[in-house]
Design a protein around this ligand. Structure first.
Ligand SMILES: *Cc1c(COP(=O)(O)O)cnc(C)c1O
Length: 381
């Protein structure tokens, strides 16, 4: 058959066959990370900070961008930005910083650096879904160890057993844990660091809402790295992740990094934001206060279980079988949250809401209250 005789449908079939032949099976088995359409909905699904900057600050920021040279590659080592981060995040002396295009990229770099035949990534579950996904697309084995069902604390016996059996190259601990919102017990985290043969990455994406960190303990453990991000503090659009640890580890990981992974706009904007860190900290403090209000109001509602949170989101469980209906009713009322139902057996009937600005939280509470009333009415007509 000449090219002109090949019908479009045959070309499509042949293309599909070739994709099947050449794209790795573990990649074909993945589903892409789903980001829903937002439109006019109030966005309480992705742990974003709802606040923008005062307009005078926006003007100053735009002014700094005037001096950026878009024709030049960014500085691959970003020394000014790292110096500012060192100060703001309280990086201990002797520890280094590695920057990623979001902390997702740093997780990927870690997995790529430790990958090899039979190598294992381990994390308690439910936890941040990217630990499992990135392990899959870097071709590593992933072991998820269930958390305790009642309070989502670490199941230490199961963790010890899995670590001894699988000897993971890297263990990820989300501290506080996404999507459950709790902080694991610090002594238990330290015990796991002690028994792990490989790396332990403590992911502190929500540290500004928890006030707890293992940053100060980096010097005590030779296998500990601390992961941070500016995303949940109010700069999700910049994509800046920060890995902190000893030069012995970070120098190796740095070889995996693509040389210009942090673009000039991000470097300049992040440096600017760090000069005004008090604004970000005040926003985080406000969100912590509003989280407590929202928790109290939600706990007063009949029919749901509300889990404690040290982060900027709240996990709650609705009456059995009603998660989809309640999620949809809240969305129909103009508020987008996240359904965790189906993500993990321990998250059956669970929904997760991000703490937003007070009027957004109020809209969510009204929508949730109505949705629950309708569901409970249905049950007892
Ligand atoms: C949101 C989140 C991240 C991702 O942060 P980025 O820096 O935006 O890539 C990492 N870890 C946890 C636990 C998160 O919830």
């Amino acid at each position: 058959m000449t090219r002109s005789q090949v019908s479009p449908s045959t070309t499509a079939d042949m293309r599909r066959d070739r994709v099947t032949e050449w794209i790795r099976p573990e990649v074909r088995a993945l589903s892409a990370y789903h980001v829903p359409e937002v439109g006019d909905l109030i966005k309480l699904d992705a742990m974003e900070n709802p606040y923008t900057w005062p307009s005078s600050l926006v003007d100053d920021w735009l002014e700094t961008l005037r001096h950026v040279s878009l024709n030049r590659y960014p500085d691959p080592h970003a020394p000014c930005l790292k110096a500012a981060l060192r100060e703001r995040l309280g990086v201990p002396a002797g520890m280094d910083i590695l920057l990623g295009n979001g902390s997702d990229e740093l997780i990927q770099m870690i997995d790529m650096a430790v990958n090899g035949p039979g190598r294992v990534v381990l994390s308690p579950e439910p936890s941040f879904s990217m630990y499992r996904m990135i392990a899959a697309f870097t071709g590593m084995n992933f072991i998820g160890v269930p958390l305790n069902a009642g309070d989502f604390s670490l199941n230490m016996a199961a963790m010890r057993e899995a670590i001894a059996r699988h000897r993971p190259a890297v263990v990820f601990l989300s501290y506080p844990n996404n999507p459950t919102g709790n902080l694991f017990d610090e002594r238990q985290v330290c015990e796991l660091i002690e028994v792990c043969p490989g790396l332990v990455v403590v992911d502190e994406a929500y540290s500004s809402f928890a006030g707890r960190s293992l940053m100060d303990r980096l010097g005590e453990y030779d296998n500990l790295l601390v992961l941070r991000t500016l995303s949940k503090m109010g700069l999700a659009g910049l994509r800046l992740g920060i890995l902190v640890g000893s030069p012995a580890w970070l120098n190796e990981l740095d070889k995996i990094r693509l040389p210009y992974n942090i673009n000039v706009l991000t470097q300049t904007s992040a440096e600017f934001a760090l000069r005004h860190y008090d604004v970000l900290e005040a926003q985080a403090a406000q969100l912590r206060i509003d989280r407590e209000h929202l928790l109290a109001r939600m706990r007063a509602l009949p029919g749901i279980t509300v889990y404690p949170s040290q982060a900027n989101f709240i996990l709650f469980r609705v009456p059995a079988g009603k998660a989809q209906a309640i999620f949809a009713a809240i969305k129909a009322d103009g508020v987008l949250i996240k359904s965790m139902h189906g993500a993990n057996p321990l998250l059956a009937d669970c929904l997760r809401v991000t703490v937003g600005a007070p009027e957004e939280n109020a809209a969510f509470l009204t929508a949730l209250t109505t949705a629950l009333q309708n569901v409970l009415l249905e049950k007892n007509p």
